[in-house]
Design a protein around this ligand. Structure first.
Ligand code: KIV
Length: 272
């Protein structure tokens, strides 16, 4: 990539293909703002997803449906400014690509132009094949998302495991093959049986990134707020917490509040 703003070797979609073919795993996390993106980029994450989960964890909505294209672009541009090495992928939000493939392409172009991100992610298989192909034809890298697709929550009715049944599993395999053939550089599979995830991972040459899809996939993705323990109410089986940031932040805020009230802060060295 020319005009790189650093000396790091940037992660590209080719890097991810090499990681898969070399049998090395891919680590992906979400981020929604400049500061967090900078921290996780420096820590060595391969892929940063500006997920539409921003609708939940940043804005407090119950689902991912309300977030708008403008809001996704705001989050994505903030993340891009903080990142020097990772590949930045941005979710096309609900309502920005379902109507037709022209609208899908327009939305993808806006994300790439206005945020500086490197790729987009869309939820769905055969239903959005034309949109995926159109975006790819414009030279925009596309990541697929199959299994539990949260933008369709009101169709599913629950957030439970998908593709347990024969016909749904068969369709998912067909969709994976279609996405590979179309030219997607990777696919996120969410909440599907580990055995099915293993089968599709072996079937295709593009990286399969799992969330609640077991260990046999090519990489893992989680929401950064969840691994840092910022949301104790969300405790699915697939989540591993690496920090109790809720507790740590609460402790720091209590100590600061006490210091202010007791007139311990600021002291002589903390003033001009
Ligand atoms: O929006 C999101 O955060 C996602 C991941 C959890 C895969 O799509």
């Amino acid at each position: 990539m020319s005009n790189a703003k650093n000396n790091y070797t940037r992660i590209t979609t080719n890097t991810l293909a090499e990681l898969k073919s070399g049998g090395r795993k891919i680590a992906m996390l979400t981020a929604y703002d400049y500061t967090m993106a900078g921290i996780i980029d420096k820590a060595g994450i391969d892929v940063i997803l500006v997920g539409d989960s921003a609708s939940n964890v940043m804005a407090g909505h119950e689902t991912t449906l309300p977030i708008t294209l403008d809001q996704m672009i705001y989050h994505a541009a903030s993340v891009v400014r903080g990142v020097k090495r990772a590949l930045v992928v941005v979710d096309l939000p609900f309502g920005a690509y379902q109507a037709d493939s022209k609208e899908a392409l327009r939305s993808a172009i806006r994300i790439m132009k206005e945020s500086g991100a490197h790729a987009v992610k869309l939820e769905g298989g055969y239903q959005i094949q034309e949109s995926i192909e159109r975006i790819l034809q414009a030279g925009i890298p596309v990541m697929g998302h199959l299994g539990l697709t949260p933008q369709s929550i009101y169709k599913f009715g629950t957030y439970s495991v998908r593709a347990k049944e024969g016909s749904e599993a068969e369709q998912l395999i067909k969709d994976v093959e279609m996405l590979e053939k179309a030219g997607c550089f990777g696919i996120v599979v969410e909440k599907i049986p580990a055995k099915l995830a293993e089968k599709i991972t072996k079937k295709v040459t593009i990286p399969i990134i799992g969330i609640g899809a077991g260990a046999a996939v090519d990489g893992q993705v989680l929401v950064v707020n969840d691994i840092l323990g910022m949301n104790k109410e969300f405790s699915p089986r697939f989540l591993r917490r690496y920090l109790d940031l809720d507790e740590a932040i609460s402790g720091a805020v209590k100590a600061y509040t006490q210091d202010v009230k007791n007139q311990d802060f600021p002291n002589e060295n903390e003033q001009y």
